[in-house]
Design a protein around this ligand. Structure first.
Ligand code: ASP
Ligand code: MG
Length: 454
């Protein structure tokens, strides 16, 4: 059995849904369980209309009509000249839209919108997309079972970020999904949605469909989880900046996690933890270019000789703060004091290097920085440098392979690129360093050609 999760852009319109159908048809002999997001933008629209209901009921009802038109439009595009086939699904869409209108009106009358209500609004997006998708599958001759995720994914009542209760989910998933898939049906279900034990709608956090896929894959012991999206997979560098960037065929969970901070927005590693814990491979694929092999993320590295460097990422607009205190010499508690200040202002610090008398650290925004500096200056000298760039070189074999560090810093030195800070050792799979923002472009090119020369 495999889980095939399709993101919002993969089901955004009739054309995209037809691609999905072809992809799923190609997976028939692997017992596919399809987990779908809402059509792109719909979750935002639903949340927006719920909020609008508080201030302008008429406007929110108008947004419902836009949603109705969009979904009916997709349906008509999928079933041209087949009003009868269209009708049953069309009637269901209309019924859902009428329910949304009622909900919007009640919010407007009550003048109150709770997280619990928000989840009810949000739940419509995935229900609509899966309703249409399963109708398309049927039209193409597939035997489909549309499973309501709210009967399977039982969660806590922490609305908008509900916690899945695995021991409740597992038996339900086996009965309602696993058995159907084994019997040869194509199962379609919603990502992102859950319900409390009492049946109240919940959602598991924005972008949560990947998490849904991982949860179901984990409890069903899937052989693979496929995350179908609109990019080819993880790349050796940002392809918009480095045209020769290549697709990474295989990477480990740890490598993906290191890269996530640098805006490798492909998927959030924390969402696939249930899969990683069970060693289920997670494959990222492009529903617009299904022939591309994508990137597979594995829990533990395979015992093969990979290249030392898997990917090079960078983040610009970084502020580097260097805190020096001679009083720190032989003192305890200084680090704690410094970080307590950052914690109090709820600022996360990214890269850190320390010496006996100083601490260098990076921040990726200057929110609250003035106040923080005011407090820090009471206990130490503080220097602030702006417009820096963090580079992160990632690879499971990085530290085991000889000469990698020399290659990185040798290349920088030969090209007169000064390095402001290096962090090494916190994780054995990455080297992180900071350069001036004005050197970022050159550094990116240089390192890419050093490790991935075409
Ligand atoms: N539709 C939900 C969202 O936009 C979940 C998802 O797409 O993963 O947050
Ligand atoms: Mg999404």
């Amino acid at each position: 059995m495999i889980i095939a999760k399709f993101g919002g852009t993969s089901v955004e319109d009739a054309g995209a849904m037809k691609n999905v159908q072809k992809i799923v048809a190609g997976l028939r002999d692997r017992q596919p369980v399809v987990v779908s997001s809402a059509c792109s933008g719909v979750t935002n629209t639903l949340i927006g209309l719920a909020r609008m209901a508080l201030v302008d009921c008429a406007k929110s009802l108008w947004i419902v009509e836009e949603l109705r038109a969009r979904h009916q439009g997709i349906l008509n595009d999928l079933f041209p000249g087949e009003p009868a086939a269209c009708e049953t699904v069309g009637v269901q869409i209309d019924a859902m839209m009428d329910e949304l209108r009622d909900l919007a009106r009640s919010i407007s009358i009550l003048g109150e919108l709770t997280d619990r209500s928000l989840d009810t609004f949000a739940s419509f997006g995935e229900k609509l997309s899966t309703l249409i998708l399963s109708a398309l599958f049927r039209k193409e001759g597939m035997e489909v079972v549309l499973v309501n995720a709210q009967e399977v994914v039982i969660t806590s009542d922490d609305f908008t970020r509900a916690v899945p209760l695995f021991e409740e989910i597992a038996p339900r998933a086996r009965r309602l999904i696993g058995e159907k898939a084994s019997a040869g049906y194509v199962v379609v279900t919603q990502g992102f949605l859950g319900a409390t034990r009492e049946g109240v709608a919940t959602t598991i956090g924005r972008g949560g469909s990947d998490y849904s896929a991982a949860i179901l894959g984990s409890v069903l012991d899937a052989e693979e989880i496929q995350i179908w999206t609109d990019v080819d997979g993880m790349m050796t560098s940002d392809p918009s900046r480095i045209p020769s960037a290549r697709l990474i065929p295989e990477m480990t969970f740890r490598e993906a996690a290191e890269l996530a901070y640098f805006g490798a927005k492909v998927l959030h590693p924390s969402t696939i933890i249930p899969a990683v814990q069970k060693n289920i491979p997670v494959r990222i694929l492009n529903s617009r270019r299904p022939h591309v092999k994508g990137t597979v993320i594995l829990g533990s590295p395979k015992l093969h000789t990979d290249a030392p460097v898997k990917s090079i990422a960078n983040k610009r607009g970084i502020t580097l703060v260097t805190i020096t205190s001679t009083r720190m010499l032989m003192m305890h508690g200084f680090l704690a004091r410094v970080f307590e200040i950052f914690a109090r202002y709820e600022r996360s610090v990214d890269v850190i290097a320390t010496s006996e008398v100083s601490i260098s650290l990076t921040l990726d925004s200057e929110d609250g920085l003035d106040e923080i500096l005011g407090e820090l200056r009471k206990v130490a000298d503080v220097e602030v440098e702006r417009d820096k760039a963090i580079f992160c070189v990632v690879g499971e074999n990085l530290r085991r392979s000889k000469g990698t560090l020399t290659a990185i810093f040798g290349a920088l030195e030969r090209n007169d690129i000064p390095v402001s800070m290096i962090s090494l050792g916190a994780s054995e799979i990455n080297v992180t360093f900071v350069v001036n923002g004005s050197d970022a472009e050159k550094t990116a090119q240089l390192l890419h050609s050093t490790f991935f020369s075409p």
